[in-house]
Structure formats: structure tokens, C-alpha cells
Design a protein around this ligand. Structure first.
Ligand code: UDP
Ligand code: MG
Length: 318
């Protein structure tokens, strides 16, 4: 009973990679921001294989405050993996994620929580006045955000902002790969969650260096293709590959008919007509696509059935 009472209702998750000078000030800021929070909460740092003194700093903080937990990775698995580990460990009904470098402002957390209370499942921060370099960060990010919003159909301004609040049910159902933490709002919204955004404060980095550069952008585009494909066709891949296949087979058939017409009405010999090669090529390609679709169907069934995964999400049963 007592244990139940002390269970954290809110979990703050932060990925940290070589942030030795940032973790302690951040911890202090979070404690200050949550001074008036009426329920127990926990702070989870995930050390993503830091090679500086981050580990020692975290040990100190954990000794000082038993609401703080630290997960130490064996190596550098990336920000998405670090966030995932934090979400897995989190016990709270509400989960907040933020960057571990102090660029997100913990003072915004109560405001995000208030907005969630108004009936949302996910509240995303929007770094409207972002304090990063323009050419290498803000511009690519602006373009990426527009593309993501357009492709996913979920219109928020700043997918890349780590400062977000989620309800536990939402986040625990999403598996993250690659650099896909930025797509959580899209996944959540597709699953029927109510997603909104709010402007948050953003600060320049004071200590340590940024871990990313412009090369990150191309990964975002590849991730986007994966996310979109998985969302639209993950339970019926044959519709995707099969449509291509049928169109190609159709084009092949058309090309063959034209060849025959030219033979009987214009006397063009089939073996002298390149259209017959096109017909064969298109037809073979089309059949291949349909076969790939069938293979994908087998894979998807193995995936769902071996893990007893459902192809739907139930909200409640009355
Ligand atoms: N980070 C991480 N693993 C990585 C790279 C980054 O855990 O491989 C953390 C980093 O410590 C920071 C957050 O992810 O807390 C965002 O990284 P960064 O500040 O370098 O990105 P930026 O703000 O420049 O986009
Ligand atoms: Mg940063």
C-alpha cells in the first residue's frame, strides 16, 4: 500500500552523452521546476556511453536524491535508444522527455503538464525561437519539419524538439528504431492519440558540444520513408507491392498487344520490334513485385503472430 503511494506519477527522461557539466545544473533546475508538483516523481538520466565524467556526475546526483535513477549504456547507442531505455524504465503515468544538455528549459514542464490535463495524450514543445546555428541546424530542420508534416499529415512545427509530455499508454506502445524518436507524435496520432503543441523556451548550449551535424538530415528522410510505409502498409504490404506489380504487368500486356497489332496490321516482324522486349521486361518486373509483396505478407504474419501482436489498439471494452 505504502509502496503504491510512493510510486512516481511523473517520470522525467533525459538522454545524456558527454554532458558532464550539464547534468547537475539540469537536475537542480528540474527539482526547482517541480517544487510544487503535488505527486511523487522520478528523474531518469540515460547515459549513452559517455566517455567524459558524466558517469561520476550522475553517481553523485543519485546519491544525493533517491528520486533520481541513471541507466548507464555499455556504449553509444544513440539518442533514440537512450530515450527508449528511459521510457522502458519509467513508472509514471505521465512521461516527460527533454534534452540532457540544458537547451530545453525545465521551467516549461508544469505548463506542458497543464496543457496535457486539458485532454491531450501528447504535448510537443515548439522551439519557436531556436538558439542554434541557422544554416547547419535551423534551415534543414525547418525543411525537414515541413516535409514530415506533409507526409505524415500531422501538422506540428517542431518534430525535433525533445521536450514533450506523453501519457504512459501512448509511449509504451511505440517501439523506436534508428533516429525515430522525432516521429513519436506521428505514430501517436495515427494510433488515435490527441496531439498538440505549445511554444517553449530554448537556450543556447553553455557547456559541451552538439552531437549532430548536417548529415543527420538524410537519415531523417530515410526514416520518414520507413515510418510512412510501416504506417500505411505494415499490416497489408501486398497492397503496396501488388499495386506496383499490377501496373507493371498491365503495362507489359499493353506493350505486347501493341506488338501484335503492329505485326498483323503493319507487318512489323515481332523479332524486329523492340516493344516485345519492353513487354517481357515489364511483365517480369510486375510478377517480381507481386512476389515481393507475398514474401512481405509472410514476414508480417510471422511478426504479428510470433509475438501475439494485434493489428488494432483497443481503448476500452464496455
Ligand atoms: N545524445 C545522446 N546520444 C547521442 C547524441 C546525443 O544521448 O548519440 C543526447 C545529448 O547528450 C543531448 C541530446 O541527445 O542531451 C541532444 O543532443 P544535442 O544537444 O547534441 O543535439 P542538438 O541540440 O544539437 O540537436
Ligand atoms: Mg542540444
Amino acid at each position: 500500500m505504502n509502496q503504491e503511494k510512493n510510486k512516481p506519477q511523473l517520470s522525467i527522461v533525459m538522454p545524456v552523452y558527454n554532458e558532464e557539466q550539464n547534468v547537475f545544473p539540469l537536475f537542480q533546475e528540474i527539482t526547482k521546476a517541480l517544487k510544487n508538483y503535488p505527486h511523487p516523481y522520478e528523474i531518469i538520466f540515460v547515459d549513452d556511453g559517455s566517455t567524459d565524467q558524466t558517469h561520476t556526475s550522475l553517481q553523485k546526483i543519485c546519491r544525493q536524491d533517491d528520486r533520481v535513477k541513471s541507466v548507464i549504456f555499455q556504449g553509444n547507442f544513440g539518442q533514440t535508444a537512450a530515450l527508449s531505455a528511459g521510457f522502458d524504465l519509467a513508472q509514471g503515468d505521465l512521461i516527460v522527455s527533454l534534452d540532457g544538455d540544458g537547451q530545453n528549459d525545465p521551467a516549461d514542464i508544469p505548463m506542458l503538464l497543464d496543457i496535457l490535463e486539458q485532454g491531450y495524450d501528447v504535448v510537443c514543445g515548439w522551439r519557436k525561437n531556436r538558439k542554434d546555428a541557422f544554416l547547419s541546424r535551423k534551415l534543414p530542420s525547418f525543411i525537414a519539419n515541413r516535409i514530415i508534416a506533409w507526409v505524415t499529415g500531422v501538422f506540428i512545427h517542431d518534430y525535433g524538439c525533445t521536450l514533450k509530455v506523453y501519457k504512459k499508454e501512448i509511449i509504451k506502445n511505440i517501439k523506436l528504431y534508428g533516429e525515430m524518436h522525432r516521429f513519436i507524435p506521428a505514430y501517436a496520432s495515427w494510433a488515435g492519440a490527441k496531439v498538440t503543441e505549445v511554444e517553449v523556451n530554448h537556450r543556447p548550449r553553455i557547456a559541451g558540444i552538439s552531437k549532430y551535424n548536417i548529415l543527420r538530415s538524410y537519415k531523417v528522410i530515410l526514416d520518414l520513408i520507413t515510418v510512412k510505409f510501416l504506417c500505411d502498409y505494415s499490416t497489408s504490404p501486398i497492397y503496396f507491392f501488388g499495386t506496383f506489380g499490377m501496373v507493371l504487368c498491365g503495362a507489359g500486356l499493353l506493350s505486347a498487344i501493341v506488338t501484335l497489332v503492329e505485326k498483323y496490321y503493319q507487318g512489323v516482324f515481332v523479332h524486329r520490334n523492340p516493344l516485345i522486349l519492353l513487354a517481357i521486361l515489364l511483365f517480369i518486373l510486375g510478377v517480381q513485385f507481386i512476389m515481393i509483396g507475398l514474401l512481405a505478407e509472410i514476414l508480417i504474419r510471422t511478426y504479428h503472430e510470433s509475438q501475439d501482436k494485434k493489428t488494432y489498439i483497443v481503448k476500452e471494452i464496455i
